[in-house]
Design a protein around this ligand. Structure first.
Ligand code: HEM
Length: 491
């Protein structure tokens, strides 16, 4: 009875209120992907919501995801207008929020160069040292001292990625990633986290004529966040230019590489602004997603001690206890890859990907889709569908044994990085960092829940926001498994 077929498109969807439409279904506390998954039970795998003046198409099956992301990729590769894109991502001149125009193509090309397997390979020694620095910092923890897993992993990845993006010179040590001594970086890390926990919907997007009211102060927050990011990035460029030294290629970050090709044919006379735009995207797009993915793997391992045990056994068998795991070992850590895949299935970092938008009028599943319609691909619903997965809510890495399903965008039932032309350009480096960080931490340390706490007591309640996270922290203690002597930092 509640299903209405919208007169103009014939697409099913819940009955809405005058003016506000279906907005009451998505309040600020809603876990949007869960709400949308439940609505799909009632309205089917393709339905429409009206959120104020916005029309949104919600897709919840692999076939329809394939139609949008592969068969009609070009027609759905647009990005809708969002205030965060406008105010935090340089008026949408970046990769994440711009349309697929020539400028976007140039930036994607530059990203591919920066993150090519050859470039990533070159950074291996530096990455190993970064990892060892993080391990040494954890070795300083007292026995039975509880650490906040989320915070710790964020610091490690923040340190790792800042070094990759800004270079060794501007990054400082691991302690700089945490300490308040270093205000610039402290602010940067807070800003990155602030963006990840931004509300899913902003009223000014649903009702553009009410934008001036800035209900909830979202716009003011975006402007402040952006101002601080921009001044940090400008200072970073100035510092790299001012102190142009003989940094080795391994110590150079993406920013320095971009500055060095700025006025060449390859750099197409890129402006400083364009360099800031790219680094801004990578900082905001790469850190929280990578750290969050590792966090969820660790959380599932703490909840499933038998899986953790099996994984540690694999590390001991493949690598042993006499040396630290290296990137060349990863190919042989088959169970680790299964555990990661299973975590990506249950806890995709961006459960609805980023919003896509139709760039032309078209037809999907027999329904006419107008131009400029926003599209949410509910990857969370697809990856937990009982029609596709046995015991879909259980953590069972074994389901991927002898199973060719990959997560690189070829199988539309597992899409943690999206697919098609808008697929994550950081997929290779993101997946590598998830694997090597987990392998190193699990080889070096035994992680335990606080005394008396059982795995089933862990609170896995999800928190509202664009990126997946949990309401409660997960506290653990760490005990070294291998000799600390193995973890020297070389540079
Ligand atoms: C495990 C880590 C990561 C996960 C799970 C992840 C996931 C995603 C997803 C789901 C999208 C949206 C795809 C779509 O809208 O269809 C995306 C886009 C993007 N990601 Fe990642 N990401 C990760 C790491 C990274 C890293 C390390 C970087 C950069 C250093 C990065 C940069 C970007 C950018 C720039 C986009 C926008 C692409 C475009 O619109 O053309 N990501 N990512």
């Amino acid at each position: 009875k509640n299903v209405v077929l919208r007169k103009e498109t014939g697409i099913p969807g819940p009955r809405g209120w005058p003016v506000i439409g279906n907005l009451p279904l998505l309040n600020s506390e809603s876990i949007v992907h869960l709400t949308l998954m439940n609505l799909a039970q009632k309205f089917g795998p393709l339905y429409q919501l009206k959120l104020g003046m916005l029309k949104v198409l919600v897709i919840s099956t692999p076939d329809l995801a394939k139609e949008i992301l592969k068969n009609q990729d070009a027609s759905f590769a647009g990005r809708p207008f969002t205030l965060v894109g406008e105010l935090v991502f340089y008026q949408r001149q970046d990769i994440i929020f711009s349309q697929c125009d020539d400028h976007w193509r140039l930036m994607r090309k530059l990203s591919s160069k920066l993150m090519s397997s050859k470039a990533v390979q070159k950074q291996q020694v530096s990455r190993h040292d970064t990892m060892m620095t993080a391990v040494n910092s954890l070795l300083e923890c007292q026995q039975n001292q509880l650490i906040d897993l989320r915070e710790e992993l964020f610091d490690i990845i923040f340190y790792h990625m800042s070094k990759l993006l800004l270079g060794k010179r501007l990054t400082g040590g691991m302690s700089a990633a945490r300490s308040s001594e270093c205000n610039g970086r402290k602010n940067l890390s807070q800003l990155i986290r602030a963006v990840a926990s931004l509300p899913f919907l902003v009223l000014g997007e649903c009702f553009p004529f009410l934008r001036w009211l800035d209900v909830g102060g979202a716009e003011a927050t975006f402007v402040k966040v952006h101002r601080e990011f921009d001044s940090f990035l400008s200072d970073a460029i100035d510092a790299l230019r001012r102190e142009a030294t003989s940094d080795t290629p391994e110590d150079q970050g993406f920013m320095q590489t971009l500055l060095s090709i700025q006025h060449t044919e390859e750099g197409k006379n890129m402006t400083d602004l364009q360099i800031k735009v790219l680094i801004n995207d990578f900082l905001i797009g790469g850190i929280e997603t990578t750290a969050g993915s590792i966090f969820f793997v660790m959380a599932e391992l703490m909840r499933n001690p038998d899986v953790k045990e099996k994984l540690v056994k694999e590390l001991d068998e493949v690598v042993g206890r006499e040396r630290v795991v290296e990137e060349s070992d990863l190919i042989n850590l088959k169970y680790l890859k299964m555990v990661i895949k299973e975590t990506f299935r249950l806890h995709p970092s961006l459960p609805l990907l980023l919003p896509h938008e139709s760039t032309v009028p078209t037809t999907v599943g027999g329904y006419k889709i107008p131009k400029n319609m926003q599209v949410f691909i509910n990857v969370y619903a697809i990856q937990r569908s009982p029609e596709l997965w046995e015991s879909p809510n259980s953590f069972k890495p074994e389901r991927f044994a002898n199973n060719p399903i990959d997560m690189k965008g070829q199988d539309f039932c597992l899409l943690p990085f999206g697919a098609g032309r808008r697929q994550c350009p950081g997929m290779g480096i993101g997946a590598l960092m998830v694997e090597i960080t987990l392998a190193t931490l699990l080889q070096m340390f035994e992680f335990s829940l606080p005394a008396g706490m059982k795995p089933e007591d862990m609170d896995m309640t999800e928190k509202a926001g664009v990126a997946s996270s949990l309401v409660s922290p997960i506290l653990v203690s760490v005990t070294p498994r291998l000799s600390p002597k193995l973890c020297s930092v070389q540079t």
